[in-house]
Design a protein around this ligand. Structure first.
Ligand SMILES: NC(=O)c1ccc[n+]([C@@H]2O[C@H](COP(=O)([O-])OP(=O)(O)OC[C@H]3O[C@@H](n4cnc5c(N)ncnc54)[C@H](OP(=O)(O)O)[C@@H]3O)[C@@H](O)[C@H]2O)c1
Length: 253
């Protein structure tokens, strides 16, 4: 039985699919994103449909103040969080070396610094209680060289693998979720149309990704790669000659 779940980036895409699935299973939620109106709308819908408690935190997780607000929710002993879903993320549209370094800083803060701080707070609270789960949304991009985005995702996969092993005996499961292309607002926010370079068969549905991820979390896996096709691609990416993988990874965005 999981209790309260805190989900970052719960107003759209994969995070929103987590919010709906976890609420449907009876979990109370804390949902985090930057747009207050949209957060309130999502929270009201979840309360009405699933009869669960939903707290909202308006926070830009790439900022110190925003991150502190989310950390405070994780360290609140009166309302413990049993499942942290580190999901919020975005990508710069161009490759490193062309992008503005300020945009790279923002991406790094959101996808590395924020999950690191949230994991730190959650692990300390959860090991103290002797149970808890952390699900870090990474990407299959973690297994390929694709600029700073894939480097950030590789970082969180590596840390999740270690933490799953290291804190397993303390009752805390840590898992990195590595989906392929998922239909969300992600690419639209980047200002690109991936349909031109990504074939139809490579697209996944967020609801199915989330169900597969929660099944793998129940099995206490360190890494979850939903669907057989992406399991095969992830395996090839990890064991094929590196120059070949780098060439393949240049396609699609
Ligand atoms: N879509 C894909 O193909 C794909 C594939 C593999 C992995 N992923 C990963 O999946 C995760 C979710 O992506 P998605 O595709 O679901 O994206 P999405 O549809 O664009 O949703 C992003 C969510 O994160 C929130 N968010 C964005 N920046 C934020 C910030 N600075 N502070 C707090 N919240 C922020 C957004 O709300 P606000 O704008 O209101 O803040 C929104 O709720 C990301 O980590 C992404 O890297 C995506």
């Amino acid at each position: 039985m999981r209790g309260r779940a805190l989900i970052t980036g719960a107003t759209a895409g994969i995070g929103n699919a987590f919010a709906r699935e976890l609420a449907s299973r009876g979990h109370d939620l804390v949902i985090v994103a930057r747009n207050t109106k949209r957060l309130e709308r999502v929270a009201a819908g979840l309360r009405e449909k699933y009869h669960v408690e939903v707290d909202v935190i308006t926070a830009d997780l790439a900022t110190h103040d925003g991150l502190r607000a989310a950390v405070n929710a994780l360290t609140d002993t009166a309302r413990p969080v049993d499942l942290l879903v580190n999901n919020a993320g975005s990508s710069v549209a161009e490759w490193f070396g062309i992008t503005n370094i300020e945009d790279e800083d923002h991406q790094l803060d959101l996808m590395v610094r924020a999950p690191m701080h949230l994991m730190d707070a959650a692990i300390k609270a959860m090991t103290g209680r002797g149970h808890g789960e952390i699900l870090n949304v990474a990407s299959v991009a973690a297994f390929t060289p694709r600029g700073t985005y894939s480097a950030h995702k590789a970082w969180i996969v590596n840390l999740s693998r270690w933490a799953n092993y290291h804190y397993g005996d303390a009752g805390v499961t840590v898992m990195a979720l590595c989906p392929g292309f998922v239909r969300t607002e992600f690419h639209q926010r980047m200002g690109i149309d991936p349909n031109k370079s990504v074939p139809r068969w490579m697209w996944l549905n967020a609801d199915k990704v989330v169900k597969a991820a929660l099944d793998d979390l129940d099995k206490r896996k360190a890494v979850s790669v939903p669907t057989v096709r992406y399991k095969i691609l992830a395996t090839i990416s990890q064991y094929a000659p590196k120059p070949l993988v780098a060439r393949m990874a240049r396609r699609g965005r």
